[in-house]
Design a protein around this ligand. Structure first.
Ligand code: ATP
Length: 250
């Protein structure tokens, strides 16, 4: 019987990032397939954002290779970015523009066929239509995150990078965001790389988890496999165990 093999969308191959003599990412390799959500976990300073920034082409790796859709990121950055998108609290949208205007500009940058309709659809999906005529710079942190998420979905990306998408959200909105991510998974099947310090997020939305520690992958597997491997009850306990055990990182 023929087995359907999922298409590899993102390949991280021995990636290293050094800042002077400090190594923030130290030979990391993994893949993310279409329809798969991989959670990137790690304590503050583990190297998650540095890795995300390299995948976005914002920082150049000191070694190794990043490929997306079978193309080398260094050589095909624009083609890759056209099919990708991201949500991070570090990159804010221009604050002087109204939310709708901002999203419509980004929709045009991504060559979205019907930009106005797409923006209205996403505002509705994220339940932020009431924010459409507010200045982006005046939004609360949680509102701003949801606008960033709308931006991240404008081009129906095949590769979606979500860097702590629920960080500043109240529990109700965080739950809605997780449901939205699951809706996107079901309907569009993108490859998603997801960082969060919220283990509930990870357990609810991620198929696989990578534990990054001091720039290296310390453990990889499904949330279940990882909790069993570390002989803990849940991912939160595994996280605390890893964070408090310097020996594990060596
Ligand atoms: N531009 C830079 N110059 C020097 N060191 C840097 C630079 N950017 C990041 N670092 C260092 O690299 C390490 C990894 O940082 P990074 O932001 O990737 O961690 P993180 O896992 O995303 O942490 P957090 O959970 O706090 O967001 C940290 O020790 C940080 O101080």
């Amino acid at each position: 019987m023929l087995r359907r093999v999922a298409e590899v969308i993102l390949e991280i191959d021995g990636v290293i990032k050094r800042f002077d003599d400090f190594t923030a990412v130290d030979g990391v390799s993994f893949q993310v397939c279409a329809g798969e959500t991989v959670g990137l976990l790690g304590v503050n300073g583990a190297g998650k954002t540095t890795l995300m920034n390299m995948i976005l082409g914002l920082t150049t790796p000191s070694g190794g290779a990043i490929r997306a859709f079978g193309m080398d990121l260094q050589k095909h950055r624009l083609e890759i970015l056209q099919r990708s998108n991201f949500c991070t609290t570090y990159a804010t949208l221009p604050g002087n523009l109204k939310v709708r205007a901002n999203l419509e500009i980004f929709a045009r940058l991504y060559s979205v066929p019907k930009p106005k309709e797409k923006v209205s659809e996403l505002l509705e999906l994220l339940e932020i239509t009431k924010l459409a005529d507010k200045s982006t710079g005046q939004l609360s942190a949680g509102e701003s995150t949801r606008v960033n998420l709308a931006k991240a979905l404008l081009n129906d990306p095949d590769l979606l990078l979500l860097d702590e998408p629920t960080a500043s959200l109240d529990p109700d909105i965080a739950d809605k965001v997780r449901k939205l991510v699951r809706h996107v998974q079901r309907t569009r099947h993108p490859a998603i790389l997801y960082t969060s310090h919220n283990m509930r997020d990870i357990e609810e939305v991620c198929d696989r988890v990578l534990f990054l520690h001091a720039g290296k992958i310390l453990a990889a597997g499904t949330p279940d496999e990882i909790t069993k491997h570390f002989e803990e009850d849940d991912l939160e306990d595994v996280f605390i165990k890893i964070a408090r055990s310097g020996e594990l990182a060596k």
